[in-house]
Design a protein around this ligand. Structure first.
Ligand code: BF8
Ligand code: SF4
Length: 638
């Protein structure tokens, strides 16, 4: 395979050739070794839920139409999708719980972090109905953390973070369907129970279970993680940084942070700054921390740390031969990293007690020993610097400037330079006039089965050309960053009306223009996208489902894309994916998620106002999204 067929990132292409010369295998090679893929698995009709199986449902008239227990294709696919969505939501829920637990320990004086987001803390406390009079910041933080932790305990009522963040009209819809979650752990256990052999076999009831899990993802995964991370580490503001493998610096001690959990990555940055002088005694110019995947997003948004690469090419960062350490925590960490690290002087370091990697070192994170962890990790990296093999050193040249830090708070501040009393007004005016046709969130991953960064970038460019504003998160944001769409220069891709809007807001804020894609953060920060939608809906006086907006994940790999996607569908937002979910083997599930209102007895389009759109071709996908946006505009009389 030509490297140019695997990725549009020229730095990654260069490193793929280097890896081949050095006989190092990466995910791009392994993705091809898995072809041809099992068609039963792709369609979702394979069941391994008990030892009467595994069973699979035939596509032809001749073969089996039911599993041994009698389960049909609809039942098998619905159960599989439910557990797939648990696979997506559970890591975010655990992420949120860890942040909440850390906040509690900080408030109790047991963990070495300071609360940097005092304003956010007070706003959340007010939203939760707490009285603030006479209370210290730590007392308020403790109360907020305890209310957050109730979302893993309470046995009745509705999850607290849903009540805090959801739009009233959405809650009304979910209440009528009886899908409101009580606590995240209970609903995860329920979902696994529903899917077990001999339990729920009603595809509609399973679909409703999927939507409950989607709400768990949305509120006790995404929103809770973002809110409490902002409390601990501060709400992001506009920052400028660089993208591409070129951010790894030859004459520095390089530490890559990879994963998701900001408590880990923030401490690595803090200790790299503290021990920077020690790098100089080794002959290096200092310590250079760079990001990969969503840890990159967390640090980019709050610390302006530059980004080396995204998911599909994580192993290639090590192939530069210039990483002293790669620090990982949870989610999207390829086990293949260790084998690559063993070919170089790089130390792969896992951190979370429950997530270890065969062969790697481990420096344990707990909130209380976070400083000890940070110091030990940075000292390990310093120790590796002198072991570098200069013959194997090759860092692709070139970086791209990018802006990030588009929290809703920051967006409102930028807009307030145009209208101080009513900051959202100019944005809504531009939407009303069609200068902004709609807003699409480009989110999710890169996937070594697909040409890296290509579809993410092409969907974005086609939408921009038609005056659709892009907001972005996750590894897709990195695709756009690498390709210049997070820079003011990127407005060359915009239609004239959108370009004008971006210039006007940019100039009012001392920039030539805002970038055409607004980087809102990591995957859990899709909560920020949701916050923006709720703020717009409230300001206009409609529901989220009425807004001319959509989501798109052109290169998904993780079930997190499906859990986040169904969360947005539950709010009535259409969601495009560029690689099919394993649902095509079930007429019921496939139609329920992808058909239009009225075409079948049950569709999410009818129940919630949003549906799943599957399209591999990025240009066609962009136009399917534009059609849906225009339909929503018409319904609003625009
Ligand atoms: O949570 S975008 S590849 S790193 S799943 Fe993973 Fe996908 Fe990247 Fe962040 Ni999100
Ligand atoms: Fe087969 Fe039913 Fe067991 Fe699944 S649960 S493996 S369909 S017998």
């Amino acid at each position: 395979f030509l490297a140019t067929d695997l990725t549009i990132d020229t730095g990654v292409q260069e490193l793929l050739l280097k890896a081949r010369d050095e006989e190092i295998e990466t995910a791009f090679d392994r993705a091809r070794q898995q072809e041809p893929r099992c068609k039963f698995g792709l369609a979702g009709v394979c069941c391994r839920r008990c030892m009467m199986g595994p069973c699979r449902i035939s596509f032809s008239d001749k073969g089996a139409k039911r599993g041994v227990c009698g389960a049909t294709a609809d039942q098998i696919v619905a159960r599989n999708l439910l557990t797939l969505i648990v696979d997506g939501a559970a890591p975010h829920v655990e992420h949120a719980r860890e942040v909440a637990q850390t906040l509690l320990e900080v408030a109790e004086g047991k963990a070495p972090y300071e609360i940097k987001g005092k304003d956010k803390l007070m706003k959340i406390a007010q939203g939760l109905g707490l009285t603030l009079d006479g209370k210290s910041m730590n007392e308020v933080a403790e109360e907020v953390a305890l209310i957050a932790l109730q979302d893993f305990q309470k046995q009745s009522g509705v999850a607290n973070w849903l009540s805090l963040r959801a739009h009233d009209k959405s809650v009304e819809t979910w209440g009528k369907l009886n899908i409101l979650p009580r606590n995240a752990h209970l609903e995860i256990a329920n979902a696994i129970n529903k899917a077990a052999m001999g339990c729920d076999s009603d595809p509609l009831n399973l679909l409703l279970g999927i939507m409950t899990m989607a709400l768990v993802e949305g509120y006790d995964g995404l929103h809770l993680s973002t809110d409490l991370s902002d409390v601990l580490f501060g709400t992001p503001k506009l920052v400028k940084a660089q993208y591409n493998m070129g951010v790894i610096k030859e004459d520095y001690v390089n530490i890559a942070v990879h994963g998701h959990i900001p408590m880990v990555s923030e401490k690595v940055v803090e200790w790299s700054r503290k021990l920077n002088g020690e790098a100089k005694t080794l002959g290096a110019k200092g310590i250079n921390v760079i990001g990969i995947c969503c840890s990159a997003n967390e640090l980019l948004m709050r610390q302006g740390v530059s980004v080396a690469t995204n998911f599909a090419s994580q192993e290639l960062a090590i192939v530069t031969g210039a990483l002293e350490a790669m620090v990982v925590d949870a989610q999207c960490i390829m086990p293949g990293l260790q084998k690559v690290a063993e070919c170089y002087h790089t130390e792969l370091i896992s951190t979370l007690p429950m997530i270890k990697i065969e062969g790697s070192s481990h420096v344990e994170f707990t909130p209380a020993n976070a400083d000890k962890m940070g110091e030990e990790i940075v000292r390990k990296a310093l120790g590796r610097y002198t072991e570098r093999d200069l013959v194997k050193l090759q860092i692709p040249k070139g970086t791209v400037d990018a802006y990030a830090g588009f929290s809703v708070e920051q967006i409102i501040e930028l807009l307030s330079k145009i209208n101080q009393e009513d900051p959202l007004q100019p944005f809504i005016q531009a939407l009303t006039d069609g200068d902004i046709l709609g807003v699409v969130a480009i989110v999710g991953c890169t996937n070594p089965r697909l040409k890296q960064d290509w579809a993410n970038t092409e969907v974005a460019k086609e939408l921009l050309k038609h005056n659709v504003l892009i907001v972005t998160t996750g590894c897709s944001a990195h695709s756009l960053g690498k390709n210049g769409l997070l820079s003011p220069d990127g407005i060359e891709y915009c239609g004239p009306q959108l370009a004008n809007v971006l210039k006007t807001i940019g100039v009012a804020n001392g920039l030539p223009s805002l970038p055409p894609a607004w980087h809102m953060g990591s995957c859990v920060d899709n909560s920020r996208v949701d916050d923006l939608l709720v703020a717009l809906a409230n300001r206009v006086g409609v529901g989220v489902r009425d807004l001319p907006v959509a989501g798109s994940s052109p290169e998904p790999q993780s079930p997190k894309v499906l859990s986040i996607g169904t969360f947005f569908i539950a709010q009535g937002v259409d969601v495009h994916i560029g690689l099919n979910a394993p649902i095509s083997g079930s007429p019921f599930v496939d139609n329920a998620l992808t058909a239009d209102k009225g075409d079948f007895a049950v569709t999410t389009d009818e129940l919630f106002g949003g549906k799943l759109i599957y399209e591999e071709d990025p240009i066609k996908a962009a136009h399917l999204l534009i059609q849906r946006i225009i339909k929503k505009r018409k319904a609003l009389g625009l």
